[in-house]
Write a protein that binds this ligand. Sequence first.
Ligand SMILES: [Zn+2]
Length: 261
Amino acid sequence: MKKIILFAITALLLTSCGSKSDVVSGTKKSAWKKFNYPQINFVNKADGTNGWEVYNRIIPNPDEYIQKNILEVVQTLYWSSADSIPNIQKINYTIEDVDGISAKGGGVPEISIFYSSRWVEKSVKGGGDDKVLFETRGVLLHELTHGYQLEPQGVGNYGSNKTFWAFIEGMADAVRAHNGGFPMTNRKPGGNWMDGYQTTGFFLQWLTTKDADFLRKFNKSTLEVIPWSFDGAIKHVLGKEYSIDGLWNEYQSFLTSNKKS
Ligand SMILES: [Zn+2]
């Protein structure tokens, strides 16, 4: 019985974090009818590898698959296709027999994303086709976010400024987390909101409990808070009574008490 209840709670948590209706909350389907999908230039450079064989078998139509994930990303970051969305016209997506996982390069109007066939091989060994599908979608949501997210202004760039970097990598994992792209067991107490990736990402995703549109507003804050800062953006989006330190502490308490229950 305990097991059944635990399963039900886990299922409930998973749905509340990653359900499709949640993603589209605050936006209407009709708001996306005019969205300009980029052209997908899919190139397999890993012919003959087991990773490519697996990828090709479980994702037989990669163009359609990538477009579907693009819609999830832009719906998480924006209200409608009329918003100020980076106008990406072409995505060069390659499967490559190299180390690493995935990365995005280039900028508007043309970006490139590579995905490692060796990572697919590791995933299939670790958990079969289900694991490959889960990983591939999660990694894709992260990289596509880099293509479609807005960027902080007045604080340097990705290579020169930690705030800029933490925003970029934190938001990419926040979008991934918000769409059910991580196991929720990855969300753990500790670290700092400037650590980027999942540490920042799960925190930003949790802030949607304060405002369902938080991720959209936080993304948009880069156009309105100049020079951009985490604390400035938090105050701009949620109100002057909030601070990044205060919310981080509240989030840590939530995670710690969550763990005990
Ligand atoms: Zn990234």
